[in-house]
Design a protein around this ligand. Structure first.
Ligand code: ZN
Length: 120
């Protein structure tokens, strides 16, 4: 006995080809547009988080410090899991980059490595 299948978009029962996923072109377009919108929202959220991290690091570096407590950074909204690149330095440390700001992270601290021209 054939198992009943339903449109991914509206839930209407499907008939016809066994690989059919939608009841109509309208449902297919609506579904695909919704997926595109979700992907765009995810990208925008990641970019906002990176921009927030960058702003926090830029403000702190401009105030003259080089080492900060991760708890303080978290209170400011910094998210250490959002970086633009991860590289290893000559000493074997993993260096995080947030655009042109390079730093490394320990269990409790974030230490500035350098700022400016991250592309090398
Ligand atoms: Zn449908």
């Amino acid at each position: 006995m054939e198992q009943k299948r339903y449109c991914l978009c509206c839930g209407k029962e499907l008939h016809g080809r066994p690989d059919k996923k939608f009841c109509s072109e309208q449902c297919k377009d609506k579904w695909n547009n919704a997926r595109k919108c979700e992907r765009r929202q995810v990208r925008a959220c990641v970019l906002r988080t990176l921009e927030c991290n960058y702003s926090i690091l830029r403000n702190l570096t401009e105030s003259g410090g080089t080492v900060w407590d991760l708890g303080l950074l978290a209170a400011l909204g910094f998210r250490p899991d959002y970086i633009t690149r991860l590289v290893s330095n000559k000493k074997g440390y993993l260096i995080c980059e947030c655009f042109d700001i390079r730093y490394h992270v320990t269990k409790t601290k974030l230490a500035l490595e350098s700022r400016g021209s991250a592309l090398d």
